[in-house]
Design a protein around this ligand. Structure first.
Ligand SMILES: C[S@@+](CC[C@H](N)C(=O)[O-])C[C@H]1O[C@@H](n2cnc3c(N)ncnc32)[C@H](O)[C@@H]1O
Length: 499
């Protein structure tokens, strides 16, 4: 332990986190959860409060032998043949003038399918449902916490954001302590992780002075929540307006996509539970090869899954993903999820780190290999059917860390990819045990119980052994389900704690 220079940095930084008291993070309410509701659900499916309904395929999935898609799908590889379902398109019902109780989003989805006279991909469905500018799930509400649909690690305990701060400061030191640094967070939710990172690193003035904070957030509603969480204020200098976080004095900027963040400065990127919200394509192996799963309208105008009646352009991504897999891995799976958007954003991250220096930390629930059938919908801490009342439930899918690794490695020889390691290993190595002990020094028994619960949720595996409360409230650990991966410029050496 603590043998490399980077690890020595870590040993120095972790115990120095600002505010050795419970609740010195962004939210006393969060660090001291009044009680995490029995039904609170993380976005992995180990602790369903009800089982996820099967995402069954509709009646039109009759598979018919079709053309080999080697031409359309590129070099799929010897183990993979792709065929086409030619059972034809279902004619949607005649336009009705009956008043409809459908939400705007549902009307929109139905109109796309009707206009195309054919189904849409699961990826298109997911993208519209989550981020449609008018009525997407994330666009108009705060979806986190007990009163929302699910809970994430930063919302569980201040320790999470503080320790990601330790990771960022270690990398900044490895980068030679640049005087200006772009700190970018992808999908910041409520902004809680960043607020805890900034509070925890407040003593490291050279670090906080260097920061240009850039938040990549598509939701105008969540941008406002982030503005408040980061204690932002607008400052005016003549006609110029800039927004500053009063937590550290750093300027804060919002962007709808990573591409819009100005480049040219050394960069640290954090993405926590961002990749799992990106749209995935689903493919299914039939007796004659692979077909894409699509979303269509049934005769009663409800949504249903079908298999693509013709080759889809996305087969090219399936082909790409399969080239990174071994024949043994491919033989085992009957379904594959592919996330082209994750590949594209990984390439953008890699390009940026190659040209500007620095690194990225990606934490999410997922697998270091092909993901088969993980798409899930959660509403009010319960699993619901993926097609049920779209826009009213969160959709997310396991992150394919192997695909991220390959996408990064393909783009640049100047970066190195590390991990994935489990969240438990990451936070353990970054000093969560020291941190929880420091916080325990200054708290009452109720606070201590909350700290123990939060600690278990972050790094434990399965049900907490110390729990003495009601069974249905037993804290469930996210320590092994969540994985962390780092992509860094080789100039920086190995990032803590991935050596
Ligand atoms: C599951 S939440 C995670 C929030 C936060 N990182 C946390 O851990 O609490 C996903 C976040 O990514 C944002 N988001 C989802 N898709 C996005 C996209 N395509 N572009 C920008 N932001 C996106 C959502 O609005 C939300 O803030």
């Amino acid at each position: 332990m603590f043998r490399s220079p980077a690890a020595a940095l870590l040993r120095r930084l972790a115990p120095l986190l600002s505010g050795g008291t419970v609740g010195s993070g962004s939210s006393t309410r969060r660090t001291l959860p009044p009680h995490i509701a029995p039904s609170v659900l993380f976005r992995f499916s180990s602790t369903p409060t009800s089982s996820p309904p099967p995402s069954s395929i509709g009646a039109r999935d009759e598979e018919v032998e079709g053309d080999e898609l080697q031409g359309a799908a590129g070099n799929v590889g010897p183990k993979l043949s792709i065929s086409v379902d030619r059972s034809g398109l279902y004619s949607p019902p005649e336009h009705s003038h009956e008043p409809s109780s459908d939400s705007e989003l549902i009307k929109h989805l139905k109109s796309i399918i009707k206009f195309r006279s054919g189904p849409i991909s699961v990826a298109e469905y997911m993208e519209e449902v989550l981020t449609n500018p008018q009525s997407g799930y994330y666009m108009n509400r705060d979806v986190f916490g007990e009163s929302g649909d699910f809970i994430t690690s930063p919302e569980v305990s201040q320790m999470f954001g503080e320790l990601i701060g330790v990771w960022a400061m270690c990398l900044w030191e490895q980068m030679g302590q640049p005087e200006k640094l772009n700190l970018i967070e992808l999908g910041p939710g409520r902004g809680t992780l960043l607020a805890d990172l900034l509070r925890g690193s407040a003593k490291f003035v050279n670090f906080t002075k260097a920061l240009n904070i850039n938040l990549v957030e598509c939701s105008p509603t969540l941008q406002k929540v982030q503005y408040n969480t980061l204690s932002c204020e607008d400052e005016h200098d003549g006609d110029e307006k800039r927004t500053v976080s009063k937590l550290c004095g750093a300027p804060v900027y919002w962007h709808a996509s990573l591409e819009q963040v100005p480049s040219g400065l050394p960069t640290i990127i954090v993405a926590h539970e961002f990749f799992d919200a990106l749209p995935i394509h689903q493919f299914q192996k039939g007796s004659h090869g692979w077909c894409e799963k699509m979303v269509d309208l049934a005769e009663d105008s409800s949504f249903r899954f079908v298999l693509s009646p013709q080759p889809t352009a996305s087969l090219i991504f399936l082909s790409k993903r399969c080239q990174w897999a071994s024949s043994e891995e491919l033989e085992k799976v009957k379904q594959i999820e592919v996330c082209p958007k994750a590949m594209e954003i990984t390439e953008q991250i890699t390009d940026r780190i190659t040209s500007d220096g620095g690194g990225a930390l990606i934490i999410d629930y997922g697998k270091n290999g092909i993901v088969s059938d993980s798409l899930q919908a959660i509403r009010k801490h319960k699993f619901v059917h993926i097609l049920d009342n779209p826009g009213s439930a969160d959709l997310s899918a396991y992150v394919d860390f192997a695909a991220i690794k390959h996408s990064a490695a393909e783009v640049s020889d100047d970066i190195s990819v590390h991990g994935p390691m489990s969240q438990s290993q990451l936070l353990g190595s970054l000093g969560i045990n020291f941190r929880v002990e420091a916080l325990m020094q200054n708290c009452d028994e109720k606070q201590a119980e909350s700290l123990r619960t939060g600690y278990w949720r972050l790094v434990g595996d399965g049900e907490a052994p110390f729990w003495e409360g009601p069974d249905d409230q037993t804290p469930i650990g996210m320590g092994t389900r969540y994985l962390a991966m780092a992509i860094v410029n080789k100039k920086q050496g190995s990032p803590v704690p991935f050596e």
